[in-house]
Design a protein around this ligand. Structure first.
Ligand code: CTP
Ligand SMILES: C[C@](O)(CO)[C@H](O)COP(=O)(O)O
Length: 228
């Protein structure tokens, strides 16, 4: 089954503290966003990429797409103040596809085998996400850092992207969230509120999101042994 992918890349990268959008940071001389785009560019099942960008970075993104010969970007869409708003704007540009994926531009290491497993699960169930079992013990603490609760670890998953949906399911979820002014940290949390069951597809721990400086160390190590 073919799909289209919305790639939100319109954040400011505040936690990365790189003085620029982290999408432009180079890993082995290639910008992060190009590493991410290439995964979908090479996948014959991806029929189009909707790239969501900061409006002030339009020219920079256009130059990158030309320099690296990225052909599948069908729309360059301007993002919003929150990730959810950016994804919503991108979603308005999905065309002629039953399945839509949402994938963070800041996650350059997703493997195509997991994308295909995810799409299959979304076709069957309507909504599917990549995730990995939590390895650390997770505790909930008070504002003054006193432990309130140790969260039972079995059954806890660290959620990633891509997240895959029937277009109608994700559209309904985003429209409901807008009506109710609900803000979630991922698309699945909006779909869960419909309510609609979301299926987990186990991914791998290398599919990290580049968020803070230390993630760049992991990224360089991953790239040394990278086979997408
Ligand atoms: N208003 C926003 C916020 C985030 N994103 C994108 O959503 C992905 C995941 O968000 P995150 O890792 O939080 O990126 P930033 O928001 O840039 O990081 P920070 O919160 O540190 O500023 C990134 O590819 C980011 O560019 C977006 O398109 N629009
Ligand atoms: C969507 C996500 O990557 C799933 O783990 C994550 O919620 C994004 O969070 P961010 O703070 O917007 O990076």
């Amino acid at each position: 089954m073919n799909y289209q992918v919305v790639i939100p890349a319109a954040g400011q990268g505040k936690r990365m503290n790189a003085g620029k959008n982290k999408q432009f940071i180079k890993l082995q001389s290639i910008p992060v966003i190009i590493h991410t785009l290439r995964v979908f560019e090479k996948d014959p099942h991806c029929s189009g990429i909707i790239l969501v960008i900061n409006k002030d970075e339009q020219e920079e993104f256009e130059k990158l797409l030309a320099t690296y010969n990225i052909q599948k970007v069908t729309s360059l869409v301007h993002g919003g103040s929150e990730r959810q708003h950016s994804v919503y704007n991108g979603l308005q540009n999905v065309r002629n596809s039953e399945i839509v994926l949402v994938h963070d531009g800041a996650r350059p290491f997703v493997k195509v085998e997991f994308i295909h497993k995810l799409v299959k699960a979304a076709v069957e169930n309507g909504a599917a996400i990549l995730a990995v079992p939590v390895k650390d013990t997770i505790k909930r603490a008070s504002i003054d850092l006193h432990v309130n609760e140790t969260v039972e670890r079995s059954g806890l998953w660290a959620v990633q992207t891509p997240q895959a949906f029937h277009v109608s399911v994700l559209t309904a979820a985003h429209e409901q969230a807008r009506r109710e002014q609900y803000l979630g940290t991922d698309e699945a949390s909006l779909v869960e509120r419909l309510p609609r069951q979301v299926t987990i597809v186990e991914g791998d721990y290398l599919n990290i999101k580049l968020t803070t400086q230390d993630d760049l160390l992991f990224a360089e190590a991953i790239l040394k042994n990278w086979k997408s």
